[in-house]
Design a protein around this ligand. Structure first.
Ligand code: DAV
Length: 375
């Protein structure tokens, strides 16, 4: 039995240790070009006005409380929770690189940055300029894990120069909010066009989900094919990294679209179904069942996400799931399929773009590396 502190191969083995991010010194991102696919249009004026400044205090206080609620619930379930050190740098400060100027954004959605595969922590380069330095908030914690025996890899950070972004990307195709049904099939993404180009490697860790020896990755606005190819080059031949595609006009992060919840069970967002024939065949031929959860219904602010944060859940083990307490339909759905919902008051974090899965990174799950597919 492995005693490694960092050891996590899938999304559902019994959870023993987890990182929850922080909203410490969260800063309103500038409405830069690449953020326009991410922020809902009705909030563009807010981001134009406040970009680079701290978020209004009352939003932050509520968001912090939501993260603390999650910490308490997980601890009560016997999970060891780690939080990053307080941010020591000044995220309000404008960062100047040889290619751009920006400010920091936030640290809460640790899933976006850290891809943990087995005993290896991979730091993602991130695609959005305002998130390029977010990794700084996790350095102490990762160093500690490194000293305890974990492997630590940093993906090529790239330059995030203007060549990485498609400045001609049509505005009418931006932030087609992910998850809301769309009738027009002629949107840019369906023709293989994204806000990021293939100029250099870029990815967010949250575009990857882990199922033992098989890892599924989507090309999105924040993860390009070079990013997926880099992860594949690092993890092969122990792991297979598959490209998977969904009918999503504005893909950013896979974990409110396609989320494995146990051996042979995956949640699929009904508004953005899988359109990769080969992947559907792989799941089917390996005996996997696809579950379609109901839409989210919590009353919350959604600045940069769809309402499908309801399915952005965290499995404690194959029998227990952490769900937002107001997502009543989702709670009912899990009960119906025999999974016990553990409730948390979390919706005030939604406005920062993430759900429960986003705000966490599972450091250790009790279990071994296995294959769940007939490849
Ligand atoms: O449905 O808007 C949310 C995931 C963000 N980390 C969505 C995707």
């Amino acid at each position: 039995m492995s005693k490694a502190i960092v050891s996590s191969f899938n999304e559902w083995d019994p959870l023993e240790e987890v990182i929850i991010g922080t909203l410490d010194k969260v800063t309103v991102p500038f409405l830069s070009h690449e953020m326009k696919v991410f922020i809902r249009k009705e909030y563009w004026d807010f981001y134009k006005k406040y970009g680079g400044q701290p978020y209004p205090k009352e939003f932050v206080e509520k968001g912090v409380k939501a993260l603390n609620n999650l910490e308490k619930v997980l601890e009560a379930e016997g999970v060891k929770v780690r939080r990053p050190e307080p941010v020591r740098f000044d995220p309000d400060k404008r960062v100047t690189t040889p290619h751009y100027e920006s400010t920091g954004f936030f640290n809460a959605d640790v899933r976006d940055i850290l891809l943990i595969v087995g005993d290896t922590i991979i730091e993602a380069p991130m695609a959005q300029r305002c998130r390029a330095f977010e990794y700084l908030g996790y350095q102490d914690l990762i160093l500690e894990y490194f000293k305890s025996g974990a492997k630590w890899l940093c993906a090529p950070k790239g330059s995030k120069s203007s060549e990485l972004y498609d400045y001609e990307y049509p505005e009418e195709d931006m932030a087609l909010f992910r998850g809301e049904p769309i009738s027009d099939t002629n949107v840019s993404v369906f023709n293989g066009r994204f806000i990021t180009t293939e100029h250099e490697i870029c990815f967010d860790a949250a575009d990857f989900v882990r199922c033992g020896r098989d890892i599924f990755a989507q090309r999105s606005h924040v993860t390009n094919q070079l990013g997926i190819d880099w992860v594949r080059s690092i993890l092969e031949p122990t792991y297979k990294v598959h490209n998977i595609k969904f009918r999503d006009p504005s893909p950013v992060h896979i974990d409110a679209t396609w989320l494995p919840i146990g051996e042979g069970k995956v949640l699929s967002c009904p508004d953005r179904v899988c359109i990769s024939e080969d992947m559907l065949a792989l799941f089917k031929n390996s005996g996997w069942e696809i579950f379609y959860p109901p839409p989210g219904e919590a009353k919350a602010e959604f600045h940069m996400s769809s309402r499908w944060l309801s399915m952005n859940i965290l499995m404690l083990d194959p029998e227990r799931v952490v769900v937002e307490k107001d997502e009543l339909a989702t709670i009912k759905f899990f009960k119906k399929i025999g999974i016990k919902p553990i409730l948390v008051d979390f919706k005030d974090h939604y406005m920062f773009g993430g759900g429960i899965h986003c705000a966490t990174a599972d450091v250790r799950r009790r279990g071994e590396l296995k294959s769940y597919f007939n490849n």
